[in-house]
Ligand binder design. Structure first.
Ligand code: MG
Ligand code: MG
Length: 279
């Protein structure tokens, strides 16, 4: 097996792919509104990536032909874009990746479609949507921050789990879906668990490039897969969220490749300051 540790040059080459992934998600964020479909959001993300000379790396995954995964409401991950118009209050997790100059970025954000929610339980719905999304984002940043100080990979999963348990519950941590290494391929070794496991895992040291991607439901941890063989939903029908960043550890610190600021804003409250990879 190839080494999971990359050279400083290799880590640096991952940055443009990460920034492009971030810009595709920015475009989705700006476009999302009632009436637009996830298929239209998919086309917007693809346009941003292709215009910059990149390739939507999800299209390189066997059997998948879209640029993003779009998981709506009780769908957690791997939702397929559809032509159904979104409505205000929909909880939409968009997972997106770009390959540029041979290197990959992979990132996900959960959006709540703005506007007046046409439901009897609108206030409760919105509160649950924010609760699960905020908890997932907090768990992600805790995992990213842990990359700076972790000695072994299990320290990162432990940090993600701890941060999840600190959020107002109930929350379900998906067991069979994890983060991963990333580089020339979008999915590489090692597996990055979103919870503590028995094995301490590989050493976390300069050269490691991984995706931190907690997936949470607002209820239990059980998930079911739709008849389309892709869409993963909460078994209890509760709302779900998915946040993901690509982060690298280098000799001077960490850098989030899929954030234009390297993760500075998200990490500020956690006392970690990202450091650009030296040239
Ligand atoms: Mg992803
Ligand atoms: Mg990923």
């Amino acid at each position: 097996m190839a080494s999971i540790y990359k050279t400083p040059d290799e880590l640096r080459m991952m940055v443009p792919a990460g920034v492009l992934t971030s810009r595709a998600l920015d475009a989705v964020e700006q476009a999302i509104r009632p009436g637009i479909s996830t298929l239209e959001l998919d086309a917007i993300a693809e346009g941003v990536i292709r215009e910059a000379g990149g390739v939507p790396n999800f299209q390189l995954v066997e059997g998948y032909s879209h640029t993003v995964c779009a998981s709506v409401n009780d769908a957690i991950v791997h939702g397929i874009p559809k032509d159904t118009p979104l409505v205000a209050g929909d909880v939409v997790s968009i997972d997106c990746g770009a390959k540029l100059n041979g290197w990959n970025g992979d990132s996900a954000r959960t959006f709540i479609v703005p506007g007046d929610i046409d439901r009897e339980d609108a206030a409760g719905w919105l509160a649950e949507a924010n609760r699960v999304s905020d908890a997932t984002r907090a768990a992600m940043w805790a995992g990213v921050a842990a990359v700076a100080s972790a000695r072994h990979l299990n320290d990162i999963g432990t940090a993600i789990e701890k941060a999840t348990l600190e959020q107002p519950g109930p929350l379900g941590i998906l067991e069979n879906y994890t983060g991963h290494g990333i580089g020339r391929d979008m999915h590489e070794e090692p597996t990055v668990f979103n919870y503590r496991v028995r094995r301490r895992g590989p050493v976390v040291k300069p050269g490691l490039a991984i995706c931190i991607e907690p997936m949470l439901t607002a209820g239990g941890p059980e998930a079911v897969t739709d008849a389309d063989d892709w869409t993963v939903r909460s078994a209890d029908g509760t709302l779900a969220a998915h946040w993901e960043h690509t982060v690298v550890r280098h000799k001077d610190g960490i850098w989030v490749t899929t954030a234009e600021d390297g993760g500075a804003e998200g990490l500020a409250a956690l006392g970690v300051v990202p450091v650009a990879i030296a040239g």
